[in-house]
Design a protein around this ligand. Structure first.
Ligand code: SF4
Ligand code: SF4
Ligand code: SF4
Length: 175
């Protein structure tokens, strides 16, 4: 089974609750005294997209590790510290094997691998402990607009197709 996130941009209320819930669930709160001006690892990040001619954000997108089917981070890791969970397909890190070499962060196109004070790789773990207990990931549960969902990758693909078809139909009515 491969699980995947689906993000519906039209449902995002830009409240950043997903980011806060993620940090709280993983105890990666800001360490203001040790690292002034930083907020530590952000496994999920609400990214502001701006147009070329304006400083005002035109869209917000909530992003985390994609748990890629063909994960570049896993392919380059010399210590084989990155592996796939057989039940949900989450791409996970075995910290006891990680060397802190950062190859994974150079290979990942999405900036998902991040390094904490211990110098070892951390990233979104799909809230695997919660999934195994039958609960949704913290970011999914906290999203008031229902913009972030998770489920089998085929379900996510169908949601993307359905959403695209609706947008095309709306756009053609406006022409
Ligand atoms: S860390 Fe990057 S390459 Fe690895 S699974 Fe996540 S998004 Fe894909
Ligand atoms: S930093 Fe750790 S997880 Fe990343 S490539 Fe190096 S050994 Fe592997
Ligand atoms: S699944 Fe868990 S670790 Fe991943 S972004 Fe959501 S809250 Fe953070």
């Amino acid at each position: 089974m491969q699980y995947a996130f689906h993000f519906n941009v039209e449902r995002c209320a830009q409240c950043f609750a997903c980011e806060v819930a993620c940090k709280s669930a993983h105890n990666s709160r800001p360490r203001v005294q040790e690292e002034p001006g930083t907020c530590g690892p952000r496994f999920r990040q609400v990214v502001e997209l701006k147009s070329e001619d304006s400083a005002t954000p035109v869209q917000y997108v909530s992003m985390a590790c994609m748990h890629c089917g063909d994960a570049a981070c896993m392919a380059v890791c010399p210590a084989r510290a990155i592996y796939r969970d057989p039940q949900f397909g989450a791409v996970l890190v075995d910290h006891s094997k990680c060397l802190g070499c950062r190859y994974c962060s150079w290979a990942c196109e999405f900036g998902a691998p991040q390094f904490d004070r211990d110098g070892l790789m951390t990233k979104c773990d799909m809230c695997i402990d919660r999934l195994r207990k039958g609960f949704a990931p913290a970011c999914v549960e906290s999203c008031c607009g229902g913009a972030i969902t998770i489920g089998p990758v085929e379900t996510a693909r169908n949601a993307v197709r359905e959403h695209a078809a609706k947008r095309i139909a709306t756009a053609s009515r406006l022409l």
